[in-house]
Ligand binder design. Structure first.
Ligand code: AGP
Length: 607
């Protein structure tokens, strides 16, 4: 949530900052701003709206070789020019950009106002810049003033601070919101995400929580909140700049939908062990005896990550016969959960930054529980907090709506379930069956994507309804939930997901010609039950779009999307793919802002 970028070197900072902000816009997009240290003081431009709106008003003479920028997702105060970042102190000596929430902002603001400080915005961030200015009256070095100010705040932050009187440096700090440094040739960068840096450098350093850094054109120093120097080793970003472009596609969303065969190949790469009909997952850090000792599995994530966790729980119960359950991390963390020594906890997150999921992990660990991560972003906060886990290797996911990470997460869970199954009672024959099924997935996803044109036509036909119902049973139920979520978030069409078995216990009252239903009907032991439900919908003149393996009698469904058959346990992974295309093309038909849906941001780094 919110994107930060900073540059210091010998080049003009503004174009670099604006380019970086455009790359970070998926993190928040209600306003943006930049500040540079120029001869004679700071220059700043900020504006409500998109980065392109900001770029249009940055004057040609906006010169300076050190600068900071920000793209915002509002928490304190509505999107407006005044609430946009950077924020300046009264003397306009310091500029601050911030990602996170300062929880004691109201108390600090009252105190600062009592001391005569006049505020220019409603934001929590502005408190911080005034605190830095106050501390600078006694601390001569910028980093000391920043440390002193940070010691007075409670909350989360990733920040970058510019000082007109010390333009040879930028100070950045991290606590709960990511900051990564980029090492260039006689120039340095900092950002909340490597997406802003890869065009310039692939050598990066991730700050840890509680760490600060002084960044100068010729290098950086890192230190703790109590001024002890820390040693950091640069790492190389795996992904090329092109991974952060739409590469000729109309949107990141459709590009990422099409990247799924390759993403799944990477998730599976080196992990399918055909000799022992199992999965090889060294990162779990669990030997066979430990893996056998767990009596239950609890999976935690938010939004689509939670729904992929539901698919994971289903897979673990089916293949390993270990009771498994998924729960929204955002609820779990607030209910004083009972943490059991013989439960394995698994946190799911594409970004590895989702604050609620991170807080759930920290709560489990504080109580002595063991947590694994299923995470896409290497080196992210959740990945680092967990005791082990599985990286997805799905590649950067830029569109706010998750697609390839969802699918790769389900595949990672299939590997985990296979591994646990084979240390329990899954037979070698069943292990081989699942290994073969996993290897068939990328090709089968390609087959589904080849139906893009037909699915686009269906999406355009269904998009103009006021709402849609998604139903599935057992294996199809998490897929129905994710399908409804995808449609809602990108097209703004109201969508409800229900277990097909629950329809007649209430929501059947909604069914009629104006509310079509998407029914997920794999060819499994429940196919007849699903057809009965579809018949009940049709009897109420509800239109049905069936996604499954065998075309039904036309009396059950007006429209059908047929997908290739895999093993029953793995079929849900494929059932989800047409629903992504359906949501995407519905959003296109309704002319929505597909990659940046209203009110949302890619990484929810606040509570
Ligand atoms: C997915 O389409 C959503 N944008 C959202 O539900 C997302 O999955 C959720 O916020 C969790 O994000 P994470 O995977 O980065 O933790």
């Amino acid at each position: 949530m919110c994107g930060i970028v900073a540059y210091i070197g010998s080049k003009d900072a503004a174009p670099i900052l604006l380019e970086g902000l455009a790359r970070l816009e998926y993190r928040g997009y209600d306003s943006a701003g930049v500040a540079v240290a120029a001869k004679g003081g700071l220059k700043m431009v900020k504006k409500k709206g998109r980065v392109a709106d900001l770029a249009a008003v940055v004057p040609a003479r906006f010169k300076g070789t050190a600068g900071i920028g920000h793209t915002r997702w509002a928490t304190h105060g509505e999107p407006s020019d005044a609430n946009s970042h950077p924020h300046l102190d009264g003397a306009q000596r310091f500029a601050v950009v911030h990602n996170g929430i300062i929880e004691n902002a109201d108390q600090l603001r009252a105190k600062l106002e009592a001391d005569g400080v006049v505020f220019a915005s409603e934001t929590d961030t502005e408190v911080l810049v005034h605190l830095i200015a106050a501390e600078a009256k006694t601390e001569t070095e910028l980093e000391d003033a920043v440390r002193a100010a940070l010691s007075r705040i409670v909350g989360t932050y990733g920040i970058a601070v510019l000082d007109a009187e010390q333009p040879d440096r930028i100070v950045v700090a991290r606590n709960g919101s990511p900051i990564v440094l980029g090492i260039g040739e006689k120039e340095m960068f900092a950002a909340s995400d490597v997406a802003a840096l890869v065009r310039y450098t692939r050598q990066v350093v991730h700050l840890d929580d509680g760490e600060l850094a002084t960044v100068r054109a010729d290098g950086f120093q890192t230190f703790t909140q109590d001024a002890r120097a820390t040693a950091k080793k640069p790492s190389t970003v795996d992904w090329e700049e092109a991974s952060y472009d739409t590469a000729g596609h109309a949107h990141f969303l459709i590009k990422e939908i099409h990247e799924q065969p390759a993403a799944v190949e990477r998730t599976l790469s080196g992990r399918v062990d055909e000799r022992f009909a199992t999965a090889h997952l060294g990162g779990l850090n669990l030997d066979a005896r430990e893996a056998r000792a767990f009596r239950r599995v609890k999976i935690l994530g938010c939004g689509s990550a939670y729904y992929s966790g539901e698919l994971g729980a289903q897979l673990i119960e089916e293949l390993a016969r270990i009771p498994a359950h998924a729960e929204p991390a955002s609820e779990f963390r607030y209910r004083n959960p009972v943490i059991e020594a013989d439960t394995l906890y698994i946190a799911v997150s594409q970004s590895g930054e989702t604050y609620d999921t991170l807080a759930a992990v920290q709560e489990i660990k504080r109580k002595g529980g063991r947590v694994l991560g299923v995470v896409n972003t290497v080196g992210s906060a959740i990945a680092r907090e967990c005791d082990g886990g599985v990286y997805l290797h799905a590649g950067p996911e830029i569109s706010v709506a998750s697609t390839k990470a969802f699918t790769s997460t389900a595949v990672a869970f299939a590997l985990i379930a296979l591994h646990f199954g084979r240390v329990h009672d899954l037979s070698p024959a069943d292990g081989h069956r699942i290994c073969a099924g996993l290897k068939a997935l990328p090709g089968q996803i390609r087959e589904i994507l080849a139906q893009e044109k037909e699915i686009a036509e269906l999406a355009a036909a269904y998009a103009h309804n006021a709402g849609m119902m998604f139903v599935g049973r057992v294996r199809g139920w998490p897929v129905a939930r994710e399908g409804a979520q995808k449609l809602k978030e990108v097209s703004y069409v109201h969508a409800e997901a229900y277990p097909a078995s629950e329809l007649k216990h209430g929501p059947l009252a909604l069914i009629g010609p104006e509310l079509p239903t998407v029914a997920l009907v794999p060819d499994d032991e429940l196919v007849e039950k699903n057809l009965t439900t579809m018949g009940e919908i049709r009897a109420r003149h509800g239109r049905v779009l069936m996604v499954g393996h065998t075309a039904p009698d036309p009396k059950f469904a007006e429209d059908t999307i047929l997908i290739p058959k895999n093993e029953p346990e793995l079929d849900p992974i494929l059932l989800g793919i047409p629903l992504q295309l359906l949501a995407y093309y519905a959003a296109v038909a309704l002319e929505r802002d597909v990659d940046k849906p209203r009110n949302l941001a890619k990484s929810v780094t606040v509570e």
